[in-house]
Ligand binder design. Sequence first.
Ligand code: COA
Length: 232
Amino acid sequence: MKASGDRVSWDSPFPETIRFAQLDWDQVDLDLAQVDPIASRELMALGEGSIDARRREFAAGRAAARQALHGLGADRVPILIGGSREPIWPTGTIGTIAHSDGMALAAAGWRKQYSGVGLDIESLDRVFADLLAMITTESERVSLRRMLREAPDRTTVSVFAAKEALYKALFPQVGKLFGFDVAHVRPGPNPGSLTIELVDDLAADVSAGTSYVVKTTWQPPLVLASLAIEAT
Ligand SMILES: CC(C)(COP(=O)(O)OP(=O)(O)OC[C@H]1O[C@@H](n2cnc3c(N)ncnc32)[C@H](O)[C@@H]1OP(=O)(O)O)[C@@H](O)C(=O)NCCC(=O)NCCS
């Protein structure tokens, strides 16, 4: 991981079988995207009503996703938008997109190897007084007490990012919105990791008691949370 000037860049947090890409929003030419046969269909799916900054963010996310898919050797097709805002990945692939602070990150893998991939990037600037209470229960805060004592804001933003990354990774299997209360977090097995355990059944093959290790990578003030769920 490195930062040059004020541009932060991230190394892939994934194994080689998942392709990872980063694009800064200012690397995206919206005029070109609007005439590109693939990107223009995606922008059309986003709708005319979005402001320029949102169109740029969206286009950067799609372009990063396409870089990741290209690395896999997947076909170049539009990544359209599902009914719950989820990206519709090309047949046989699965992926994830995240945006923050002028950058878009994406990752993609093959569905035969992975049932879900999740990325989320959050900034310490998003930490507010009640955030931790909104995304954790008392018993989660007890298991995290040492981390919270040592680095309260970093731990809060890491938990937030980890739960959102898990939401994105599980959405293809779950297919509906689920809240922060169904997934209980505790310190993970390695430094910078969190373990999240489901306390409710979310789908036939996503049951209570299943746990996931989410990696968090810190580049102050940003945290990147990532996980890949292997297909069974
Ligand atoms: C959807 C959500 C996770 C997005 O996170 P965010 O920090 O606001 O925004 P990010 O930039 O990181 O991610 C946005 C991208 O997530 C992806 N995304 C949106 N909805 C998604 C879904 N249902 N499933 C998978 N990915 C989704 C999209 O690619 C989106 O970018 P795009 O609209 O440009 O394509 C968040 O807004 C949300 O609704 N959270 C509530 C659900 C939740 O997190 N529950 C916790 C369970 S433990």
